[in-house]
Design a protein around this ligand. Structure first.
Ligand SMILES: Cc1cc2nc3c(=O)[nH]c(=O)nc-3n(C[C@H](O)[C@H](O)[C@H](O)COP(=O)(O)OP(=O)(O)OC[C@H]3O[C@@H](n4cnc5c(N)ncnc54)[C@H](O)[C@@H]3O)c2cc1C
Length: 290
């Protein structure tokens, strides 16, 4: 199907994008276009203008400085995360998420982390990992910048806290010191598909006995309308040695916290709940094995 008619404006800065968005609430940012173009072609959206940010300079950096990893501005493609050697060392869950998104074309040519968060598909991969890593979204708007934890950023299916004139300018991930392990595992029907269930885990271990000092667990496609943080599962791990029994307890709690819906793509809610337990156990063990 052909998309409806729309105007096109290419901006030179994110500030200019904010001005256009503020003046016209039906305008939309065009980043990688990997979600926007299909929505246009299916006529699910009818924007007045597409605001192309692809020629804005300095929007695709991954800066690792001190206790923060800054991913931004708004054009860091999935592939950039996938090939970043430092991220494989610090938080393997990040590149591990990137390599499981769509196919190589989606990851190389278009899709951005910021675009994925703004689009807020309930089965998207990035939110799970960014929730587990306690990341925040930096938002630029008409009255300046603000930062919102990823956990609170997505409010429902395809809805976020972004207000009129606001854009994502950066994703900020705190870097914990000491021994930190992480992993993202995804159950998909076939390679390149959206998640049936996706679970990301971050574990900070304390020496000398290796008990869990801090834990983050983010789950996608199984929280009802949005990705969620499995707080009870995290509590089951914190302060304990991650033995098989403790891991089992955490996986069981994650399952109880989940509220997936039945659909023809991923299966029944009952099946997905069972898979939350399996994938949480797998993500914890995978992280610990590193
Ligand atoms: C065949 C296919 C398979 C896919 N498989 C997966 C998968 O397995 N897992 C997964 O997670 N995703 C998957 N995706 C989605 C993919 O990751 C998209 O790249 C991503 O969801 C959107 O990023 P984008 O840069 O392409 O955004 P766009 O398509 O350009 O934009 C998406 C939306 O976000 C808004 N937007 C973009 N950037 C900003 C910004 N900086 N500030 C405010 N709003 C902004 C746009 O206005 C638009 O509403 C798939 C897509 C396709 C087409």
């Amino acid at each position: 199907m052909y998309p409806p008619k729309f105007g096109y404006v290419r901006v030179a800065s994110l500030e200019d994008a904010v001005k256009v968005l503020e003046a016209d609430e039906n305008a939309k940012i065009l980043a990688g276009g990997q979600s926007l173009m299909p929505m246009l072609k299916l006529r699910l959206i009818r924007p007045s203008y597409l605001i192309d940010i692809n020629r804005v300079p300095n929007l695709s950096y991954i800066n690792i400085e001190g206790d923060k990893i800054r991913i931004g501005g708004a054009l860091v493609r999935h592939h950039q995360v996938e090939i970043n050697r430092e991220l494989w060392k610090i938080y393997p869950a990040l590149p591990e998420t990137a390599i499981q998104i769509g196919d190589p074309q989606i990851r190389n040519l278009g899709g951005t982390m910021a675009g994925s968060l703004a689009h807020a598909d309930p089965a998207a991969d990035w939110p799970a990992t960014l929730i587990a890593l306690r990341a925040s979204v930096r938002i630029l708007g008409p009255s300046g910048t603000r930062e919102v934890p990823v956990e609170d950023f997505i409010t429902g299916p395809f809805t976020t806290v972004l207000g009129r004139g606001e854009v994502i300018s950066e994703i900020v991930i705190p870097r914990l010191g000491g021994t930190v392990k992480s992993s993202y595992v995804k159950l998909e029907r076939k390679a390149g598909d959206f998640a049936v269930v996706g679970v990301a885990v971050m574990l900070k271990l304390s020496p000398p006995d290796g008990s869990v000092e801090d834990a983050g667990i983010g789950i996608t496609a199984a929280g009802g309308p949005r990705p969620f943080r499995a707080r009870e599962a995290e509590k089951a791990l914190i302060g304990r040695k991650p033995t098989d029994d403790v891991i089992e307890d955490a996986a069981e709690r994650a399952m109880k916290e989940s509220s997936p819906i039945s659909d023809i793509r991923g299966g029944s809610a009952e099946y997905k709940r069972a898979m939350v337990k399996v994938m949480t156990r797998r993500a914890i063990k995978n992280a610990l094995s590193r």
